[in-house]
Design a binder for this molecule. Structure first.
Ligand code: AKG
Length: 284
């Protein structure tokens, strides 16, 4: 018996590679998360950048709570069973009237994970619509193998390597995953997806949480870490991360710095780029 997804939603995920919208909190709760993010940005003197956009749940207790959120994790359990890790998280923030876009890609390309059993919960903290650059997906493409990608490092491409898929994508088949604040979409790691720039007068903010069952491993070499969010880890493929219970705890800041460097080494392998700080990019 599924916990939160309907049988039809589970079937849709298997067939199309995505499901949306799923309400995981009230609009007021999403506004509160936005307020906390923006209070930090105000204190730091500008928008969240570089490696602070990655694995941010290690830095702030309110994001640690979000990656453990019962409604979100219930949905992931419906797809992947009871033993679950949060492997990573990333803020995808498009500033008002900004040119940043996301090229068509498969998430699996550079993540180094042993199998494509990885699901992203993309949680909207603002509306995400066709008019502000909502994520768009090509249904069914998660059933393709891993496709070749080319790195462009294009200036306005928000992805870490500006990678774009090297197979023809028919934009006529794209579905925009429009969301209200407090809703999420789920997408499969092989699903071809991307998004346009945000010409609107407000920011578009999404927090993408990447979940895996505990038997998925990191195979790109190097030490990787993850947060156990449900059940038991019988496999020990990842160093298990502690849960942040206060914001910017120095021990967690140090752990986050170390893990960001290790993750950047995995993601940028072969490019000569050293860290997320070298880019304005988001890990995708
Ligand atoms: O936020 C976006 O527009 C793209 C997100 C994305 O590529 C991802 O979550 O994998």
């Amino acid at each position: 018996m599924p916990r939160i997804l309907s049988d039809a939603q589970i079937e849709q995920y298997r067939r199309d590679g995505y499901v949306h919208p799923i309400r995981v909190m009230s609009a007021a709760a999403a506004a509160e998360l936005r307020r906390r993010l923006e209070a930090f940005e105000a204190s730091a003197g500008g928008p969240l950048k570089g490696d602070l956009r990655h694995k941010t749940h290690l830095l702030f207790s309110w994001l640690a709570d979000l990656v453990h959120d019962k409604r979100i994790v219930d949905a992931i359990e419906d797809l992947h069973g009871p033993d679950l890790l949060c492997w990573s998280s990333s803020f995808f923030i498009k500033e008002a009237r900004s040119p940043g876009y996301v090229s068509w890609h498969q998430d699996s390309t550079y993540w180094g994970l042993s199998r494509p059993d990885v699901v992203t919960a993309w949680v909207a903290l603002t509306p995400s619509t066709r008019t502000n650059g909502a994520m768009e997906v090509i249904p069914g493409t998660h059933l393709l193998d891993q496709a070749p990608h080319r790195d462009t490092f294009a200036k306005d491409n928000m992805l870490s390597r500006g990678q774009e898929i090297m197979v023809d994508v028919d934009p006529g088949r794209a579905v925009a995953l429009e969301l209200e604040p407090g809703e999420m979409s789920l997408h499969h790691v092989r699903l071809v997806h991307g998004s346009a720039a945000n010409p609107s007068g407000d920011r578009r903010i999404g927090f993408a949480i990447r979940y895996i069952p505990t038997d998925v491993a990191q195979v790109a070499g190097g030490d990787d870490s993850a947060t156990l969010v449900r059940g038991t880890d019988r496999h020990g493929h990842f160093r298990l991360e502690p849960r942040a219970t206060r914001d910017l705890d120095p021990e967690f800041v140090a752990l986050h710095k170390e893990m960001s460097a290790r993750n950047a080494a995995i993601l940028y392998r072969g490019t000569g780029v050293g860290s997320f700080n070298d880019q304005r990019a988001v890990r995708g």
